[in-house]
Write a protein that binds this ligand. Structure first.
Ligand code: NBP
Length: 481
């Protein structure tokens, strides 16, 4: 139904490309009266023409019409291209809004941009809610995972609407107030970083199965379908089985075999790694996944490296069943490490910016709607429920046990990959992280000594408090700094 005269909308969406269009339809299907706007009228018109019967829409040709059609306090969802387009829309909007109104940026903004925008809008008495939305266009229409930041006050108005349109798992909405300020976009960024790691790990498992078993894509599809019935049950494993089973209609070959092996990225993985470096959090799984995409797209380097020797024996796994079980265990353990690192980054960001993020709640709202939805997120919620301050997810009793149970398999798989020249950066680095974080003593002691030697950077001692320097170029006497 299209309302033109007098009826005010409860929420508005500006930016009606795939995401905004589907979010607007989702809101309308849930009974909300939705104002519509897009820079160019065609998208608004086609939404109304094609889906006007799904609920109550109030289309606006201009931003002024759009704003005027909203109930007060007004709630406007901005769903345009992240970056300059978002700033352009916000600049236009703020001139038309009044104190108490809420501007929701549901695009994939970089969290420092969200912090900047929130500061600027709160100075005008407006609420600015940077909101992560995951699940792609299908999720936006049928129930995404939603990660809103901003003030608790704005969540009182916005929360019920967002919870209503979000995915539900066991009747629980996949949406909660993440925290103030840019917390929502920060968590969405880390979510995407974890997604990078998860996808890379799955790709490495596929490569190992392919090379170790000499199996074709269809056989590996069956293995992934089987894995999707256990601990690894997740959207990404499910679609992997689906993709691997797909035949290219043009050539009749396995679809995966005709896709160019150069992975692209939109930048959220890179942002996650950059933020992790700033926070000093070792997100090795996410970093390796991001770099692996970079390597795949390094065309001149790959051309130059293509002739380099491998010096490896041909690989033929003797016990296929045992090997598949090993790869499954290695995948699960590496995945737990990647998530553990991501949750550590959320804790570090939350501490740095004073967001008070409940990590268990983040795992809960990722159980449905989003790309990394997975059965084992329930276990993560339980781990943080038992200990909200848990410093290391893999040290939680449940995860320590399952990772420990798979440890021998994990080592066999990484060793085999190295022996046979199969690149497994995420599997290998996750195992190295595990061994590093559990080690009673690290060679970092030597690094500290070297730093003191060449740069007088000082060191601390195991046996005494204080900061020390050794006079390396002189008499080598130690003095307290
Ligand atoms: P796009 O990211 O492709 O953006 C297209 C929209 O931005 C159109 O409505 C376009 O208006 C508008 N726009 C642009 Br471009 N420049 C503008 C400007 N200067 N002023 C006003 N409007 C402008 O759309 P999308 O794929 O639907 O994604 C929307 C947001 O959601 C993005 O931030 C994206 O990162 C995020 N997101 C996307 C997904 C996904 O799966 N696609 C998932 C999660 C989040 P026009 O029609 O007049 O050109």
């Amino acid at each position: 139904m299209v309302e033109q005269d007098g009826v005010k909308a409860q929420i508005g969406v500006t930016g009606l490309a795939v995401m905004g269009r589907n979010l607007a339809r989702n809101l309308a299907r849930h009974g909300y009266r939705v104002a519509l706007h897009n820079r160019s009228w065609e998208k608004t018109a086609s939404l109304v023409a094609e889906h006007g019967d799904e609920g109550t829409f109030v289309p606006g040709r201009t931003m002024a019409d759009f704003v005027a059609s909203l109930e007060r306090p007004r709630t406007v969802v901005v769903m345009v291209k992240a970056g300059a387009a978002t700033d352009a829309v916000i600049d236009e909007l703020v001139e038309l809004l009044e104190p108490g109104d809420i501007v929701v940026d549901a695009g994939n903004a970089h969290f420092p941009d969200t912090a900047r925008r929130e500061q600027a809008l709160s100075a005008r008495g407006l609420h600015f809610v940077g909101t992560g939305v995951s699940g792609g266009e299908e999720g936006a229409l049928n129930g995404p995972s939603i990660m809103p930041g901003g003030t608790p006050e704005s969540y009182r108005t916005l929360g019920p609407m967002l919870e209503a349109i979000s995915a539900k798992v066991d009747g629980v909405p996949c949406c909660t107030h993440v925290g103030p300020g840019a917390a929502g976009h920060f968590v969405k960024m880390v979510h995407n970083g974890i997604e990078y790691a998860d996808m890379q790990l799955i790709a490495e498992a596929y490569d190992l199965l392919r090379q170790g078993l000499g199996a074709d894509a269809a056989r590996i599809a069956g293995i992934f379908a089987d894995w999707n019935t256990g601990d690894l049950e997740s959207y990404l494993i499910e679609i992997t089985a689906d993709v691997l089973a797909h035949t290219d209609p043009v050539t009749g070959a396995a679809f995966v075999d005709v896709v160019l092996d150069q992975a692209e990225q939109k930048g959220t993985g890179r942002w996650t790694v950059q933020a992790a470096l700033d926070l000093g959090v070792p997100v090795t799984g996410i970093a390796e996944a991001t770099f692996a995409r970079g390597l795949s797209g390094s065309v001149p380097q790959r051309a130059a490296g293509a002739g380099l020797p491998a010096d490896v024996e041909p690989w033929a796994v003797a016990d296929a069943e045992a090997f598949v079980a090993d790869v499954r265990a290695a995948l699960y353990a590496s995945k737990v490490v990647a998530y553990s690192q991501g949750f550590e980054q959320i804790a570090a960001g939350s501490a740095q910016f004073g967001w008070g993020i409940d990590r268990g709640a983040m795992a809960r709202i990722w159980r449905g709607g989003c790309i990394i939805r997975a059965k084992f997120l329930d276990r993560i919620t339980q781990a943080y429920a038992q200990d909200p301050e848990l410093p290391l997810l893999i040290a939680d009793p449940y995860f320590a046990r399952v990772v420990g149970d798979g440890l021998a398999a994990w080592r066999r798989v990484v060793a085999a990959a190295v022996t046979h020249g199969v690149p497994t950066p995420a599997f290998s680095s996750s195992l190295a992280y595990y061994d590093g974080v559990r080690a009673p003593r690290l060679p970092a002691a030597l690094i500290q000594a070297q730093r003191d030697f060449f740069g007088a950077h000082t060191y601390r001692r195991t046996d005494r408090d204080g900061v020390f320097h050794t006079d390396w170029s002189g008499d080598r006497a130690e003095r307290q700094a």
